[in-house]
Design a binder for this molecule. Structure first.
Ligand code: NI
Length: 137
């Protein structure tokens, strides 16, 4: 790693104890790595508010027997092909399908795509995992 800077942080003993127990439960080996991740998490949140190019994953669980549903999901994806990197379809069981949609591009457009897919009647659960292209953090 390059350009490592050390800095001191002052905080209440109680707060530090809570932080230490939190990071231990999350398997961090030291405070520095936990603080780095917290900072990155905040920077990624900011990218999703003010940035131009972000990455993410949309997951949908739905019953494929509802034929119209599948058509709607496909139609919407064709309207957003500029931000969809890849789509994977997994047959969970006889009825249920899991669709994983990897996305990259404008955060507002990605949100819109996720909202449109999630709000389709018959989609049992939809999530948007917001991450970064990794270039700015
Ligand atoms: Ni399927």
């Amino acid at each position: 790693m390059s350009n490592i800077v050390r800095f001191g942080v002052s905080l209440e003993k109680d707060l530090l104890e809570k932080f230490d127990s939190l990071i231990e439960s999350r398997n961090y080996t030291n405070r520095s790595e936990a603080i780095r991740d917290l900072i990155r998490q905040e920077l990624i949140k900011e990218e999703w508010i003010e940035g131009e190019d972000v990455a993410g994953a949309i997951t949908l669980v739905y019953d494929h027997h509802k034929r119209e549903l599948l058509n709607k999901i496909t139609d919407i994806q064709h309207d957003f092909q500029n931000i969809i990197i890849s789509t994977q379809h997994i047959h969970l069981d006889h009825h249920n399908c899991l669709e994983l949609i990897a996305v990259r591009g404008n955060p507002g457009q990605i949100q819109k795509l996720a909202d449109r897919l999630r709000s389709i009647k018959g989609v049992k659960h939809g999530t948007l995992s917001m991450t970064t292209t990794g270039k700015n953090i």
